[in-house]
Design a protein around this ligand. Structure first.
Ligand code: ADP
Ligand code: MG
Ligand code: MG
Length: 867
């Protein structure tokens, strides 16, 4: 099979085979954009290489052919001594992994062709500059010589001559640098730099295939869930030269601002520079806006190219360009990494521009990005009191506070010890990836908005400030300075990724709100989704937050939380410890008053939205005192002797309380507790009715196992409701539903449904009981199960579709056999998890209910589940 495709043969749909870079280079070639010619060696060839450890003869033959074709097309010859052809060898996997694998430029140069290039271009300095770059890159990537060794040589020459920039290097300097670089090869023990261009090419291809397995690429894949088995393609492309003089340069641009989403060309470039100079943060690049003054025609061309690409790809693009002697070339385009904020703004703007549909917009924003956007912001008042130490470029928005570390390793270590860390460096490189992943914020003293640090921070949704010029980072001594102020390892700083400000100390944060484009996007999600999104709220303030996030109502309010305030706890204790009905009367009536007020307030907030109230669930002994001190105190409070109290506590103690005397089992043994709760609900409802708000109560029974049990509790609840129905006027309509959290209830759901007006899956208990994992104790073994791959994910975070999910599916189907329109919700932890939500949509769940902060995430996930 064919293992090499020229750029004019491939296209965008061939990503898997040609990698993203190769497929896009081909696509841009077809679009008529100025792409230097070249060809792509397929990912299939990479697989073969991974298996055999060498390039096959068939591949070598094809490679020869492809090189010959490239020679013809460019009218240059690889290894030729008059018009030498130089190429780059570039990695490129199907899923973009920026900077993680290797690329080598200027392949084909040697002692002879460098002279030919100098003669051909009448520019010796440029030819030598290209050669020293090849020597350094090749030495590092192929021979594994430390990059720092090459840097050291360069720095020494620069310091000796008092140069500030690489641009000052003369022909003589470059010659001596080249000699020193070649010496490094000899000292490496791997042999001299290979003079034969063909040897260089083959070694470079091998090295790029090998780079698939380098450590940082593996870390990146793990972090981004990219399969190890994909492999990389290799692109071989004619070199164009951004380092050919002052009318040349190289840059990167985004068709829109990747930090904010603003719809304007955004990017940076460096004149007289090559390849990675811009992103490596070696010199601080100019914003592309300056190009508009430097080279207006080229700037126009870039703007037009951006428009062509966006119209073609229907998405924001990240492009790499090089200018050689006033002529523009495109070297790469891909859909650009962006912050969550930018993702949302771009998606919404592009719908308005008619570039994409609302559905596509919803698919462009990952539900988790919404959660990142709702990360706290600095408290405005507290922020206003601060004087920033200094300001850098606002590379990635966010408000982060943490302790400073100056190396990726130290940051990683500190994070493992549970610290919140801020990584502070001169600049970052792909080697730092592990330290960056764990950091709240990344701060660099050098580099621009497209530097490695900036790109990675945006990609991870971490706060990022780069190019902070007043900041002097002295990593070896683990400190940094701004003017006279020193910052030491472990010091607290606060970083404002929106303004670029760096501040000492910890600044207060406040929760963010849904506004602007995010609220537009979430409204579309609401229109498109079938599933409703409710919230689990136990207090009015929780509920208010969820309402601010546009929750459809309350899917679960856990009434027991209302009993833990001190004066209520006391009444609850009196109730539990009472020995006869007469003694229970007083605490019951006190609790009734308090609960009634709680429910009244919730209904007040909810107005016409639904509120589902679950009756008491936890085991009674949770309300009782445990240690001796508490026993003494409570005994006096309720007027019994400590001995009596101790006996009662002991009697209520259970070996497996979570499998014990709780939920509706309490109703059977202590019916007056549920009766009191229902009375409180009805009193609140009737009060609202009198004031004109038609509240309908939804009452949920926890822990049901069977139809008979549900029938018993239902009769209890209905009896109480009947007693309270107004004598005159309209009857209050109500629903009584079952928590589905016992496997037995799922299996007999057709029967349970006869007594239930709705189901709501309590996935926490259902998972606990299906696996037989005590959810309060899983910490002891679950991490190991995940590490060993015995479990694919924590089943308390993401629904176990095969086991628990199958039970749910059975319950849905059986329940609807009995009642075709039975409303079915999910109110466990996984109700806010996007992957689980996709599964719930599939099995026909009516709504999910989750914690307030997950409501927007769930809303987007519910819409995406349908698309
Ligand atoms: P990465 O995947 O890490 O971005 P690339 O393969 O894109 O690596 O190469 C990095 C940079 O090298 C490019 O942005 C470009 O500036 C430069 N480069 C690659 N190929 C060529 C070429 N044929 N001519 C000029 N510059 C090139
Ligand atoms: Mg690139
Ligand atoms: Mg439960």
């Amino acid at each position: 099979t064919k293992q090499i495709y020229s750029f004019s043969e491939g296209n965008m749909t061939m990503r898997d085979l040609l990698g993203g870079k190769g497929a896009n280079l081909a696509e841009m070639t077809h679009l008529g954009l100025p792409v230097p010619p070249g060809f792509t060696i397929t990912t299939a060839a990479c697989h073969e290489y991974q298996q055999t450890g060498k390039l096959s003869d068939a591949l070598l033959a094809e490679l020869n052919q492809a090189l010959m074709a490239l020679s013809q097309q460019t009218e240059k010859r690889f290894g030729g001594t008059s018009h030498p052809l130089l190429v780059s060898v570039r990695s490129g996997a199907a899923i973009s992994m920026p900077g993680m694998m290797d690329t080598i430029l200027n392949i084909g140069l040697n002692d002879e062709t460098v002279a030919a290039l100098a003669a051909f271009t009448h520019n010796e300095r440029f030819a030598l500059d290209s050669y020293r770059r090849l020597l350094a890159m090749f030495g590092n990537v192929v021979y594994g010589i430390d990059e720092a060794a090459f840097d050291q040589v360069l720095t020494t020459v620069k310091t000796q001559n008092g140069y500030h920039s690489d641009l000052s290097l003369t022909v003589n300097d470059l010659q001596s640098i080249i000699t020193a670089f070649k010496q490094l090869y000899l000292e490496s023990g791997r042999g001299a730099f290979p003079q034969d261009p063909s040897d260089q090419l083959l070694a470079a291809i091998n090295a790029v295939f090998e780079s698939w397995h380098n450590h940082r690429a593996q870390v990146y894949r793990r972090q981004n869930n990219i399969s190890e088995s994909l492999g990389t393609a290799v692109n071989v492309q004619e070199m164009v030269f951004g380092n050919a003089g002052a009318d040349s340069g190289t840059g990167v641009a985004f068709t829109r601002n990747p930090a904010t989403g603003e719809p304007a060309l955004f990017g940076e470039y460096l004149l007289n520079a090559q390849g990675e100079d811009v992103v490596a943060g070696i010199r601080t690049p100019q914003p592309v806006a300056v190009l508009q003054e430097d080279m207006p025609a080229l700037y126009e061309q870039l703007v037009e190219t951006a428009a062509v690409l966006e119209t073609h790809y229907h998405d924001m693009q990240d492009l790499e360009f090089t200018i050689e002697k006033g002529q523009m070339f495109l070297l790469q385009a891909r859909s650009g990494k962006r912050t969550p904020t930018a993702a949302v703004k771009i998606a919404v703007d592009q719908v308005a521009e008619g570039l994409i549909s609302k559905e596509t917009a919803l698919l462009r924003v990952k539900p988790e990005s919404v959660s990142e956007m709702l990360h706290p912001e600095f408290d405005t008042a507290d922020l206003a009191r601060q004087t920033p130490l200094t300001k850098g470029l606002p590379a990635s928005p966010g408000a982060a506070t943490g302790q400073v570390y100056f190396s990726a390793a130290a940051a990683k270590q500190a994070a493992e010890n549970g610290q919140k860390v801020v990584l502070m460096r001169q600049d970052t490189s792909p080697e730092d990836i592990e330290g960056m992943i764990v950091s709240q914020a990344i701060v660099t003293s050098r580099g621009g908005m497209t530097s490695h640090a900036a790109v990675v921070a945006r990609g991870m949704g971490a706060t990022g400030v780069v190019g902070t010029h007043d900041l002097v980072v002295d990593a070896p001594n683990q400190c940094a300075r701004v003017n006279q102020q020193e910052i030491h390892e472990g010091d607290w700083v606060s970083v404002d990724g929106t303004s670029g400000a760096l501040m000492l100390g910890q600044i207060k944060t406040t929760p963010a709100a849904v506004k602007g484009e995010l609220s537009t996007l979430l409204n579309w999600a609401k229109d498109i989704a079938d599933m409703g999104v409710y919230t689990n709220a136990d207090t009015p303030s929780d509920f208010q937050r969820a309402l601010d996030f546009d929750a459809d109502g309350i899917g679960l309010t856990r009434t027991e939380h209302m009993f833990f305030k001190p004066e209520r706890l006391l009444q609850m204790r009196r109730l539990i410890l009472a020995t006869d009905a007469a003694d229970r009367k007083d605490p019951l009536s006190k609790l009734l008053t308090m609960q009634q007020a709680d429910f009244y307030e919730l209904y007040q907030l909810a107005q016409t939205k639904e509120v589902t109230i679950r009756l008491l669930d936890p085991p009674l002994h949770e309300f009782l005192p445990h240690d001796e001190k508490e026993i003494q105190l409570v005994a006096t409070q309720i007027g019994v002797s400590p001995d009596e109290l101790r006996d009662r506590v002991a009697a209520l103690k259970e070996l497996n309380p979570m499998l014990g005397h709780r939920g509706d089992r309490l109703a059977v043994t202590f019916p007056d507790i549920y009766e009191m709760q229902v009375q409180a609900i009805m009193t609140a409802v009737l009060r609202h009715r009198k004031q004109g708000l038609e509240v309908q109560p939804h009452i949920m029974i926890p822990l049901t196992d069977s139809r008979a049990e549900m029938a018993w509790v239902r009769a209890l609840v209905e009896g109480q409701i009947q007693r309270m129905q107004p004598e005159t006027g309209a009857k209050v309509s109500y629903t009584i539903g079952t928590m589905m959290e016992m496997p037995r209830a799922c299996v007999t759901a057709d029967q349970v449904a006869r007594e239930s007006d709705f189901f709501s899956f309590g996935t926490n208990d259902l998972t606990q009981l299906t696996f037989g994992y005590s959810r309060d104790d899983v910490g002891a073994f679950l991490p190991e199960y995940l590490r060993q791959g015995i479990l694919p994910a924590d089943p308390f975070q993401t629904i176990d579709t095969q086991g628990v999910g199958e039970l749910m599916k059975m319950a849905v189907n059986k329940g609807r056999q009995t009642k075709p329109d039975l409303p079915i919700g999910v109110c466990g932890e996984v109700g806010g998890d996007p992957a689980s939500i996709a599964f719930f949509e599939e099995i026909g769940v009516t709504y999910v209910s989750c914690s307030p902060f997950r409501v927007p995430v769930a809303r987007l996930a519910a819409a995406r589940a349908k698309l």
